[in-house]
Design a protein around this ligand. Structure first.
Ligand SMILES: Nc1nc2c(c(CN[C@H]3C=C[C@H](O)[C@@H]3O)cn2[C@@H]2O[C@H](COP(=O)(O)O)[C@@H](O)[C@H]2O)c(=O)[nH]1
Length: 341
């Protein structure tokens, strides 16, 4: 087996050999043009991570970084088999679904005095304690509860043994490099190794590892230990929502055969060709959108490389997908049960 390709190299290779998913270059350019005015607005920037999302930590201290590590260790697989029967968590008078239900459950536990973000606690949590912390306010439990138990015990034990129980220690070791922090996470935490084989090449997505680095950058407000000088080298995070919004915005297309399988709610396995093509083409499509956006600003004599990168584009598109659920209901998302996204 040859060398493992980086997420960006993987995306380019997959998009160049994909059979059922197509990146539409003109569509990507049109999306960039539609984002032109928004890209310089506040909600597109780093500050939006806190100002737009009430469940995210307000502070930028060690406990906020630990919150990010815990949440991103569990940041996977929130989709439900039936849209009308799903895992929901009520918190401070509001009902949260999907990814936000995870954050609501974590904040509910902290309010109840459960030190859920402390490695010394989650390293040895029992399955029953996990069931209690992530209990649902419907009859539908959080998906993959046993896997969540396993990855929490595993990650907590490693954080204790190698980093004194604090993810901030790991961040400090990265020397303000996003790529070094990404490498530290991948080398030490097995559940973050999100890889596949495509056309006999080893490809990578590293969705949770990259979003962990991005959320660390965000919670530290791009300052101090979080002032990563290479944050623009990250790709978007290949989940199951970004592909949906890219198809909705006509920057990406599926073959008829694939669309039929998605509409039939086929459950794919992690590493299936269709899944790898959907994820890889999404990453490549967003790399093109970023490139076009920067070129549009350059034509206006503006260097926006500090303001526009795949992380901020991803956050914007993910929030867009959340806010336009109704308009996007005819675009199916791909279903995989896994711990990677
Ligand atoms: N590409 C990308 N995927 C993301 C996120 C987030 C939340 N993070 C940020 C959001 C606000 C704050 O700024 C957080 O930093 C969750 N997901 C993924 O989505 C899926 C859940 O979707 P739904 O079932 O609709 O809740 C699941 O695979 C989950 O892993 C992101 O930002 N980008």
């Amino acid at each position: 087996m040859e060398v493992l390709l980086s997420p960006l190299e993987s995306a380019k290779f997959i998009a160049g050999n994909s059979k059922d998913v197509f990146v539409d270059e003109d569509g990507a350019r049109r999306v960039a043009e539609s984002l032109f005015d928004k890209a310089s607005a506040a909600e597109f920037g780093l500050a939006g991570w806190k100002s737009l999302h009430e469940l995210n930590p307000r502070s930028a201290g060690e406990e906020a970084v630990d919150w990010v590590f815990l949440v991103d260790t569990l940041n996977f697989s929130f989709w439900s088999e039936h849209e009308d029967r799903k895992y929901l968590v009520k918190y401070k008078g509001k009902t949260y679904s999907g990814y936000w239900s995870l954050c609501a459950a974590v904040n509910r536990a902290l309010d109840d005095g459960i030190p859920i973000t402390s490695a010394s606690y989650f390293a040895t949590m029992t399955l029953d304690q996990i069931r209690h912390v992530f209990r649902s306010d419907t009859e539908v439990p959080i998906p993959l509860i046993e896997e969540r138990h396993r990855v929490l015990n595993e990650s907590g034990t490693i954080l204790l043994e190698k980093f004194g129980g604090s993810f901030l220690t790991c961040v400090k070791m990265s020397g303000k490099s996003a790529q070094k922090l990404l490498r530290l996470v991948l080398d030490n935490f097995p559940s973050y190794r999100d890889e596949a084989v495509f056309e006999k090449k080893k490809v990578s997505f590293y969705k949770r590892a990259q979003i962990l680095v991005a959320d660390t950058w965000s919670v530290l407000e791009g300052k101090g230990h979080g002032s990563f000088n290479d944050i623009s080298s990250l790709t978007i995070f290949a989940d199951y929502r970004i592909p949906q919004v890219l198809v909705h915005l006509k920057a990406m297309k599926y073959s008829e055969e694939l669309m039929k399988k998605l509409r039939e709610e086929t459950v794919f396995k992690s590493g299936d060709r269709e899944e790898v093509e959907i994820r890889g083409c999404s990453v490549w499509c967003c790399a093109l959108i970023c490139k076009h956006l920067l070129e549009l600003y350059e034509k206006k004599g503006q260097d926006m490389r500090e303001k526009i990168n795949a992380v901020l584009l991803d956050y914007y598109l993910w929030d867009y997908a959340r806010d336009h659920r109704e308009e996007m209901k005819d675009i199916p998302f791909h279903r995989v049960r896994c711990i990677y996204y």
